[in-house]
Ligand binder design. Structure first.
Ligand code: COA
Length: 151
């Protein structure tokens, strides 16, 4: 069973519990994507294009959502998206995801992106957001997320 699944199902967190600090001290969640930012992903300023980072986060969240739901999923909304620090070409980018809430067919997943730069072994927080995924059947219609009901 996915850690946190039972506690997340149906749980509505209060705003104070869901508020994202602008700069968390350490990554929160499980690693869902790790890759290197390449020159082809840079924008006109030479930094990494925000859309590329966004897509990595979306893919990473989908990895966790599929694992939770044992199902195909689609992204239905994104909220609380914050770009805190630019990503540079050559940075090692890691996306961390954690399940915040499960509805009937939907899953809210908080995703943070962190980078390692040059020879610095420390990770630096660059982006966070909350993505909602919906479990869908073969016809593309929502269906209930499988898993253990809340106690
Ligand atoms: C996601 C989708 C299947 C939902 O279909 P729907 O007919 O609206 O289904 P419902 O109204 O029953 O909603 C299904 C769930 O999605 C949630 N939902 C729908 N719109 C939402 C939104 N904007 N934000 C958050 N949750 C949303 C509902 O609350 C519901 O959650 P629950 O089952 O946990 O209670 C449909 O809207 C869709 O296919 N959207 C396109 C998805 C897509 O292409 N994503 C990629 C974009 S690049």
């Amino acid at each position: 069973m996915i850690p946190g699944l039972a506690s997340a199902r149906g749980l509505v967190l209060s705003p104070s519990m869901t508020a994202e600090p602008s700069s968390p001290v350490d990554p929160r969640g499980e690693v869902v994507i790790r890759t290197i930012a390449m020159p082809a992903d840079a924008n006109a300023n030479g930094d990494i294009f925000g859309g590329w980072l966004f897509s990595q986060m979306d893919l990473g969240g989908a990895v966790l959502a599929r694992s939770v739901s044992h199902s195909r999923v689609v992204t239905v909304s994104v909220e609380a998206m914050n770009f805190v620090t630019p990503v540079n070409v050559g940075d090692i980018v890691t996306c961390y995801a954690r399940l915040e809430q499960i509805g009937r067919s939907s899953m809210k997943i908080a995703i943070e992106a962190w980078v390692k730069r040059g020879t610095d072994q420390a990770e630096h927080h660059v982006t966070h957001g909350r993505f909602t995924y919906v479990a869908i059947d073969a016809a593309g219609k929502p269906h209930p997320v499988k898993g253990e009901p809340a106690a």
